[in-house]
Design a protein around this ligand. Sequence first.
Ligand code: ATP
Ligand code: MG
Length: 270
Amino acid sequence: MIVLENVSKIFPSGAAGLNDISVLFEKGEFAFITGQTGSGKTTLLKLIIRELLPTEGNIMVEDIDVVALPQKKLPHLRKKIGIVFQDLKLLPDRTVIENVLLPLEIAGTAHEEASARAEALLEDVGVGEHKMKFPQQLSGGELQRVAIARALTLDPSIIIADEPTGNLDDETAAAIVDLLHAINKKGTTVIMVTHNTGIVSKYPGHHHVVLEKGKIVKDTKKKHEAKKEMDHEVIEDSKKPAKHEKEHEEKKEEIFEGSIEEVIEHKKGK
Ligand SMILES: Nc1ncnc2c1ncn2[C@@H]1O[C@H](COP(=O)(O)OP(=O)(O)OP(=O)(O)O)[C@@H](O)[C@H]1O
Ligand SMILES: [Mg+2]
């Protein structure tokens, strides 16, 4: 579970990255974060991985108090979270497999074991055949898959993806979201930032958080918003044949009432 409680991030320039937001991401869920450019999406992700510290507020990632975490314990947090960056951050002078190996080597995994794992991950995400190539020899969609494989190397419980479909055509983007879904189905929490609201509308049962100028203007896990979303879907559904799969997904979603503090207490009591 990831919880942000009354979190603000004001940059030294005075720009407000985030302004008093509270949000809860459940273990094992698939969440979309959308919002216009400059609305605070990347800032939110950077706070979760403690690339940034908030000006105010509390952040918990599972059992870790992110704000109070001593610098030397940062690897505990980072091991839990696989990150797919907006600009990929693949090293151009290393092959695909070397890029995926890197986190394992840093973690001290023996070379043979690390190679086998990297190869298996590249196969899993569908780019095994490109393992000996350099990043500039791959397409955008292939590179995204490599970045996802690299994010999975340390077997994280959470994947955070910042615009993983940003530069891709619709079909390739849908394949990347499908891949993230397959990862989510195995139990990994996925938080995906996207500009592409078309993608989000294809997955109506999912947690969806919308940011605007550093504020949350919609959160489908909060009761009043969830109701609106469902009303919308009832109208949409009345135009179409019954969709058992969608109903099933909706039932899986828990609807929260009350403040984040109450929700945390409720969860503790479970
Ligand atoms: N290091 C920084 N110093 C000062 N201001 C910053 C910094 N990083 C972000 N900001 C500001 O904070 C706001 C939110 O930025 P952020 O990068 O989170 O937006 P975003 O929603 O990810 O946008 P995009 O869709 O373009 O990636 C913007 O106004 C931005 O200019
Ligand atoms: Mg961004």
